[in-house]
Design a protein. Sequence first.
Length: 341
Amino acid sequence: MGWLDPAPFLRGTAWLDGNRPVRADPDDLGRLPWDIAERAALPIGVRLEFTAAPGTRAVRLRYRAAVPEADDPLAGLRHCFALWSGTRLVGEACAAPAAESTVTLPLPPGGGVFTVHLPEGQAPVPLALQALGGSLSPAPAQPRWLVHGDSITEGWWSSRPAHSWPATAGRLMGVDAVNLGFAGGARGELPLAEHLARLPGDVITLAFGTNCWSAVPATADWLYATVRAFVGLVRRGHPETPLLLVSPVLRPEAEHTRNALGATLTELRRAMERAGLDLAAEGDGHLLLLPGRPLLGPDDLADGLHPNDRGHARIAAAVVEALSGVLEGLPPAGRPLSPES
């Protein structure tokens, strides 16, 4: 089988900038803080999903990636491509960073539906894929789940991209998880709410707030108003889409410590939850709230802030439970990605 265009196989992609998957609208980067625009260039959560016919021995992927400079801390890291079948890891192939290269992943016998999770650090761009000994076709589309958040949503400290809580929850729910988590960001940036409003999506999750304690300090009143404004802008494009609001998870150093404006994370969390409850009481019947504080304990944190793999799994399980009531009402398939999406 010859080389195939990867576009029909891409999942977890919000926008395309040429053939490069990106996570913010490439025509509207000027309104975003520089750090979010920079993180948006990384293909966090981007995957290739395909159905392999029986007899297909392997899938070969040709890709382009950034090569770190010799003194870059990432210079010694390899690209690792993980092959999943449903909720099970079935293989992994790693390669040295290269400007353009190929990687081959052997497939289990019998065919089936598979997912290839891409490495993220060197921002690989899939160029083509090929079946060895059989044929590949794009996997069936799934409902699209838009997930906005900070570094915790982006997947920091998970041992592999596939172990982040959005990736884990997406597999468990059978949805196309689109990871719009931005390390250091998710501080209530309203242009991002407008980006979300323009994106096709069948369910939405907003999980932010911890960076409003430290990165850009906020008061409880400010966060309450910002959450209401953020949800209001998202609702301009998704008036009836199920929307789950997740308040900040445990952050021991911040729970009772006041930031530069005098707010503790506990106070900020309560303000965010109050905003969600008030919006629901005022008529948003499609808004759900998941309090973040009970989700993790100290042993679920890798560094006092970011979850370890067990912590990511616990968040994923709680999100799946919170959304279980709305999943039955989702359409059977999501919308295909187009460059205009």
